[in-house]
Design a protein around this ligand. Structure first.
Ligand code: C2E
Ligand code: CA
Ligand code: CA
Length: 394
């Protein structure tokens, strides 16, 4: 389930930002109270929670659980006993029908919650037809086009730190879309949409240009910072990525070795020849290549030997599970070993605690990225964050 607190702007207007944030924290604590052993409740945004409930037998059970969550929201009080009318939109996806993999399940639940919000249903189950309807009704494609033109799309930056020095050495650029009428739309939803409409080309060009522009703006304070941009395989056939990279680095006068392109292991496996050629050209230009979500695909060691890459990013699901699950720990440990033996550097993403950070240090991982260091920040806040972080190391 995705649980989204509704009308946070109204709460802020009535109670002030501090009190509104405290209310959402209280609701979070209440939510934690409804989970059983093996359930997972994670905050995944300022006003958004992912709830994984195990062992529900049918839709009826899921509806009951959602009603319980609505009750928790309604009963969240201001501390003086007054009830502030906290409402939620809840999107439900069922496993494995509506997503066997965690990201598919989250995406379906996210779409269901948008559907619920749009149709003012409060609690809404995912269904394929209404998802399609939603995209058509809302004219999401046109809205995305407008966002590309008006600046409602922005690139946020999540810091990556070096595990031996503690310094911030780079960032991953992550796209954010705040649609004026619909509110925030998750990248998993609009990247898929952009893939299906072909708008991914423009979106990727925007990401590359923005990454270079920001590196150039931050040049004085962060001259060696590296920024990574995500690319999907479809853009390789639909645009001349080399030309875009050449032009963006020239316009903003940024060294090509400061730009990294992240491509998922799964995407690489889909079309080996094509991706191999293009990645080789990207590296010849001087940019770096990182294999994202490593461990979720099925690349063989023989393939890894040939792949034109500089870095491996261990998928966050393994990192997040490494302290509780022996299997995940082994995957992280071995991936670090494999990366080293092929001369690749290795990044762990999804680092959420100090304990994970120290364990990764012991295992010889090079870099870490995750909420423990920082979530993705708006560009305006990023340079300040890095400076504060450097000062805290002294
Ligand atoms: P990704 O490339 O695997 O990006 C990392 C995702 O993990 C981000 O989600 C980030 O916010 C989240 N994350 C980072 N640290 C933690 C942590 O400690 N714990 C947890 N639970 N999560 C963490 P986000 O921003 O929602 O992006 C989702 C996906 O959307 C990205 O996955 C990427 O595949 C895609 N995406 C985002 N921006 C772009 C873009 O500009 N272009 C393309 N092609 N894809 C993008
Ligand atoms: Ca990535
Ligand atoms: Ca990733």
């Amino acid at each position: 389930m995705i649980v989204r607190v509704r009308d946070v702007e109204r709460l802020c207007a009535s109670y002030g930002h501090v009190q509104a944030a405290a209310l959402i924290d209280k609701f979070h604590a209440g939510l934690n109270g409804i989970g059983r052993e093996n359930d997972a409740i994670e905050r995944i945004g300022d006003r958004k929670f992912a709830v994984l409930l195990n062992g529900l037998k049918n839709r009826g059970h899921a509806t009951l659980a959602a009603r319980k969550i609505e009750r928790v929201a309604r009963q969240t009080n201001c501390g003086d006993g007054a009830l502030p009318d906290l409402r939620t939109d809840i999107g439900i996806a069922l496993c494995p029908k509506q997503g066997g993999e965690p990201h598919e399940l989250l995406r379906s639940a996210e779409i269901a919650s948008l559907d619920g919000r749009h149709n003012k249903k409060g609690v809404c189950f995912f269904d394929e037809q209404s998802a399609r309807q939603l995209f058509d009704d809302w004219g999401l494609e046109q809205r995305l086009q407008a966002a590309l033109e008006s600046g409602d799309l922005s690139l946020h930056f999540q810091p990556k730190s070096c595990l031996s020095s503690g310094k911030i050495i780079g960032a991953e650029g992550l796209m954010r879309w705040y649609e004026p009428e619909l509110g925030p739309i998750a990248p998993d939803v609009f990247i898929d949409l952009a893939e299906s409409t072909g708008q991914i080309t423009e979106l990727t060009e925007f990401a590359i240009q923005t990454a270079c522009r920001r590196m150039s703006e931050w040049n004085e304070v962060l001259p060696d910072l590296r920024v990574a941009v995500n690319i999907t395989p479809s853009i390789v056939t639909s645009m001349d990525i080399i030309e875009v990279l050449e032009s963006a680095t020239k316009i903003w006068n940024v060294r090509t070795d400061r730009l990294t392109l992240e491509v998922t292991e799964n995407a690489l496996m889909e079309d080996r020849n094509l991706s191999h050629d293009v990645l080789t050209q990207i590296r010849e230009l001087g940019c770096h290549v990182s294999i994202d979500d490593f461990g979720t695909g099925y690349s063989s060691l023989a393939y890894l030997k040939e792949i034109p890459a500089d870095e491996i990013k261990i998928d966050r699901t393994f990192v997040m599970g490494m302290l509780n699950d022996a299997g995940d720990y082994k995957i992280v440990e071995h991936t670090i070993g494999i990366a080293k033996s092929f001369g690749l550097s290795v990044v762990a993403e999804g680092v959420e605690s100090e304990a994970m950070l120290s364990e990764l240090q012991i295992l010889g991982c090079d870099y870490a990225q995750g909420y423990y260091i920082s979530k993705a920040l708006p560009a305006e806040e990023f340079a300040d964050f890095c400076q504060r972080h450097t000062a805290s190391l002294k």
